[in-house]
Design a protein around this ligand. Structure first.
Ligand SMILES: [Zn+2]
Length: 264
């Protein structure tokens, strides 16, 4: 990870030493990874975070969050609070015209299928394991890649504003090998979802997951453990895609985060 963004806060309170390390900048859409004393309890927005036996924890900052983040640390019965300001991110607007109508508004007969797809994606993202792979440095999913779409950009398709784009798009030739950005366990591997086509979701622990979509070949199976750098599939244009490209997603449970916040 980019150590430029490593911030270390050390607090002294009633002669107790509070040590908490927060990695990542507090921008909208970012994933924040931290380390604390293994016996500490950490709360974010009043919600207790899982602390691993090594002291690792993680949380996300939602795309449009405006208010400060309150982090509460309870150590040896004493409470300390940290308030972090959230920095705004600029999101762009992207217009794509001339798309076939069925690509802009799905036909009624596929509504049930879309609902079922969303359900399995959501369930895979809600997995909350003790894995701590999220703490490692991510690598890019393609050897040579050009980013063509970014997180938070809103698309106006044939003049109709759609929900924001939560992924990072990479232009690549159909069939290009895709590698795992991080160690993980496959929680979903599907060949043909309506929007996302060939789709893989990896669990990296504590609610952190990554998703790869529009794949031509899906080369992993649910339950499989994958090492960073392993080939997991190939670039395609499956699902609703305007052409061959890879779209990746980063989530903290169902909170959609900016994959760029973990990639250099
Ligand atoms: Zn995309």
């Amino acid at each position: 990870m980019n150590k430029l963004f490593v911030l270390i806060f050390i607090f002294f309170f009633h002669s107790n030493l509070y040590a908490i390390e927060l990695n990542g900048n507090f921008n909208q859409g970012n994933l924040i990874r931290g380390k604390t004393d293994t016996k500490s309890k950490i709360f974010m927005d009043g919600k207790e975070l899982k602390v691993s036996k090594e002291g690792f924890f993680v949380f996300g900052i939602s795309k449009d969050r405006k208010n400060d983040i309150l982090i509460k640390i309870i150590e040896k019965g004493t409470t300390k609070e940290i308030i972090k300001k959230v920095y705004k991110k600029k999101y762009s607007i992207q217009r794509i015209d001339g798309l076939p109508k069925k690509q802009v508004t799905p036909p009624k007969e596929v509504y049930e299928r879309i609902k079922a797809d969303n359900k399995i994606i959501s369930e895979a993202r809600l997995v909350n394991t003790d894995l701590t792979f999220f703490n490692k440095d991510f690598i890019l999913p393609l050897k040579n890649s050009i980013i063509t779409g970014v997180y938070g950009s809103q698309r106006i398709l044939n003049g109709i504003p759609k929900s924001p784009h939560y992924g990072l798009d990479f232009a690549a030739k159909e069939g290009t090998k895709i590698i795992a950005m991080l160690d993980g366990v496959v929680t979903m591997a599907q060949k043909d979802l309506y929007y996302t086509g060939g789709t893989i979701i990896f669990d990296h622990g504590h609610g952190v997951s990554t998703l790869y979509m529009h794949l031509k070949d899906v080369l992993v199976k649910k339950g499989q453990g994958i090492k960073q750098g392993d080939v997991i599939g190939t670039v395609g244009k499956t699902g609703r895609s305007t052409g061959p490209h890879l779209d990746i997603r980063l989530n903290w449970f169902n909170m959609k985060l900016d994959p760029k916040s973990v990639l250099n």
